[in-house]
Ligand binder design. Structure first.
Ligand code: DHB
Ligand code: FE
Length: 302
């Protein structure tokens, strides 16, 4: 099987990418934010996966009103960095893992999730900013990335429950992989509270964001019941990006469902541009060792 290791969650604000690309990370406005990722940058050096399944949302970059797929699985080998108006970010292109992606497609679609398979697309800040935050400035990304963009731009958006269940289906696929041994991380990205337009532009809700983090950690099933209007009311029209995180959470071990995984790192910071930045690294607790043989009743042989 593919060894599913940890889940990582982070916001993706485009200005964070610009701060890195323009050498502004030491400026007072940005310093504290980047400090919140130092733990992760050390951790990822010891824990570089072979493949990241990166859940994010496209921002009418690769997709627009022509086609609105709810869940896309990137089954291609190469994804160029998008030009979002200022030229492509000066970061490496992204390379996929077509064999693992094809396996996930086969398993997840036969498991009743109708994914849209996309072999060619550009990737926008929703995908590249999380990679930059975690890996820093690099000449090439140190692992393969399977992009999984979720539609949260055009209504209707998927429910938290659907996202969580998709995560479970992806995990079942990983557990069935019988190709080369692979360490796989699943990242859930986007959010936290922000609204970019209208009378409530600039909205931040620290209390709600932290409640979201608490529930994501310890009560994911309860969190799946939160309707999308709650995200919009409480976290702003773009706060709905947070529903992406439930896919990564759903892929964590079933036996701990409803219980808490270990929180390896937690960070929250306001502001980055118009957005609250949240970041978590979670891992499943190590399974309890089986009782030692002496304590088991002796088998009786005829
Ligand atoms: C901002 C945040 C986003 O999630 C996004 O996609 C674009 C802009 C911002 O805060 O500026
Ligand atoms: Fe966004």
């Amino acid at each position: 099987p593919a060894c599913y290791t940890s889940a990582l969650f982070t916001s993706h604000v485009p200005a964070i990418g610009a701060a890195m690309d323009l050498g502004k990370t030491e400026e007072p406005y940005w310093k504290k934010l980047f400090a919140g990722y130092e733990w992760t940058r050390r951790w990822i050096k010891e824990n570089t996966p072979d493949v990241i399944i990166l859940i994010y949302n496209d921002h009418a970059t690769a997709f627009d009103s022509t086609i609105i797929p709810t869940f896309v699985l990137g089954t291609g080998a190469h994804y160029p960095v998008a030009d979002e108006g200022y030229g492509p970010r000066p970061v490496p292109d992204v390379y996929g893992h077509p064999e693992l992606a094809a396996h996930i497609a086969q398993s997840v679609i036969q498991d009743d999730f109708d994914l849209t398979l996309v072999n060619e697309m550009v990737v926008d800040h929703g995908l590249t900013v999380p990679l930059s935050l975690v890996f820093g400035d690099v000449d090439e990304w140190p692992c393969k990335v399977i992009p999984l963009p979720v539609n949260v731009v055009q209504y209707p958006v998927p429910s938290g429950r659907r996202c969580y269940e998709l995560g479970k289906a992806i995990r079942r696929a990983l557990d069935k992989w019988d190709g080369e041994p692979l360490n796989v991380q699943i990242w859930g990205t986007g959010g936290m509270s922000h609204q970019l337009q209208g009378p409530r532009a600039g909205l931040i809700n620290e209390e709600w964001d932290n409640a979201f983090l608490d529930h994501l950690i310890a009560d994911p099933l309860g969190l799946t019941e939160w309707p999308h209007m709650e995200y919009v009311d409480e976290a702003g029209s773009e706060g709905i990006e947070l529903v992406d995180w439930l896919i990564a959470r759903g892929a964590m071990d079933d036996q701990f469902e409803g219980g808490a995984p270990s929180v390896d790192h937690r960070f929250y910071h306001v502001p980055a541009s118009n957005t609250a930045v949240g970041h978590l690294v979670l891992s499943n607790p190590v399974a309890q060792p089986a009782p030692v043989a002496e304590e088991l009743p002796q088998e009786v042989h005829a």
